[in-house]
Design a protein around this ligand. Structure first.
Ligand code: AOF
Ligand code: ZN
Length: 342
């Protein structure tokens, strides 16, 4: 399908609006919308601000008012066809007199899909697929949830060249570089759950907050979740008021994920120790691995991953590398390597 330059620029803007960091992550997709006049100028912009609020199209239409008539609606997701928490956007676009609708990706949600057909049946020109990869990347956790019924799980590995997360005496500070840790915080900010086991809380007393490059906690903090059957001490830093915390008294990854999905969470960043990492890998619920490897050899030491029950080479887990890059060190620290695997 062909798209005009103004439509492409509008779709980029709609993706940017959709990704607004002030929007809470949750069970709904991130969606943006721009209404264009016939000469390509912007009539109105809109975006979705979290579950229960207006959809992006409705937001843009209400800002445009009468000026919506005859415009092209550029939307990052196929307009919905259902009455859910709000009314169907396809009908709202028809009523507003929109001439053409351009969307990036079709809606995989069976409850809401079918908007494109409804629009076409009403005589509106519909074109799809513009910047679809970017739109899918933005909502990959939500898409994973629609397809699988559980949250996307990203496991973070940080270790030495020989796969250790701590020295033999248990000291574990600063295996990966400060630059690698800052990079981790950028990835954490995209998730809505930070998950560890009680063992990590007892051993490291982590805060599990997301800090920006300046070291300050950012506004949109993921839910901190501690799972396991050991008690979390009342003074643990994970219980401070920097972010919400949920204690799950289970050791079953699938049960924990089901509970988090139920609570509207769609992307779990797994930062646990060797026991929890092994439990999730064994249960087959790790969807993505981000591995920071530091040029450090410890020889003996604590394994970053516990026993996976693999005894023969045939049983090895072999994730695929989707990205590999150097994370340059600053202030004299060595570069680390970051692999992304799926
Ligand atoms: C959104 N925001 O801008 C668009 C969505 O939870 P509901 O009833 O508001 O409906 C959510 C569904 O609507 C969602 O799963 C998706 O299929 C569709 N479009 N949702 O939250 C939006 N355009
Ligand atoms: Zn809608």
């Amino acid at each position: 399908m062909t798209f005009g330059a103004a439509e492409t620029a509008a779709m980029r803007r709609a993706l940017e609006l959709a990704a607004d960091p002030a929007v809470p992550l949750g069970p709904n997709p991130r969606v943006g919308s721009v209404l264009l006049a016939a000469d390509g100028s912007v009539v109105a912009e809109g975006f979705h601000r979290g579950a229960g609020t207006a959809h992006a199209e409705a937001d843009a239409l209400s800002r445009a008012g009468e000026a919506a008539r005859g415009t092209t609606a550029v939307v990052t997701l196929e307009p919905c066809n259902h009455t859910g928490r709000t009314g169907p956007c396809a009908q709202a676009l028809i009523r507003a007199g929109v001439r053409r609708v351009v969307f990036a990706q079709s809606d995989p949600n069976p409850l809401a899909s079918g908007g494109a057909e409804t629009l076409r049946a009403a005589g509106i020109e519909v074109a799809q697929g513009l910047l679809a990869d970017e739109a899918r990347a933005l909502n990959r956790a939500w898409l994973h949830g629609v397809a699988s019924g559980r949250p996307l799980v990203t496991w973070k590995f940080a270790g030495s060249l020989d796969g250790r997360s701590a020295a033999a005496d248990g000291t574990s500070q600063w295996i990966t570089s400060a630059a690698a840790r800052r990079d981790t915080h950028r990835l954490r900010a995209e998730a809505d759950v930070m998950l560890v086991g009680t063992g990590t809380v007892l051993a490291d007393d982590p805060r599990l907050t997301v800090r920006g490059d300046d070291g300050e906690t950012i506004a949109r903090q993921p839910l901190r979740v501690v799972m396991g059957q050991r008690a979390v001490p009342t003074g643990a830093r994970v219980l401070d008021d920097a972010a919400e915390t949920l204690l799950l008294r289970t050791r079953e990854p699938r049960e924990a994920l089901a509970e988090l999905f139920e609570r509207g969470r769609r992307h779990v960043f797994l930062e646990g120790g060797p026991t929890l990492a092994a439990a999730f890998l064994r249960a087959g619920v790790v969807d993505e691995i981000v591995a920071y490897v530091a040029p450090v050899l410890l020889g003996a030491g604590r394994n970053a991953v516990g026993d996976l029950g693999i005894t023969a080479i045939d049983g090895a887990l072999r994730p695929t590398v989707t990205d590999a890059r150097l994370v340059e060190g600053v202030d004299g620290e060595p570069a680390n390597v970051r692999f992304t695997l799926a």
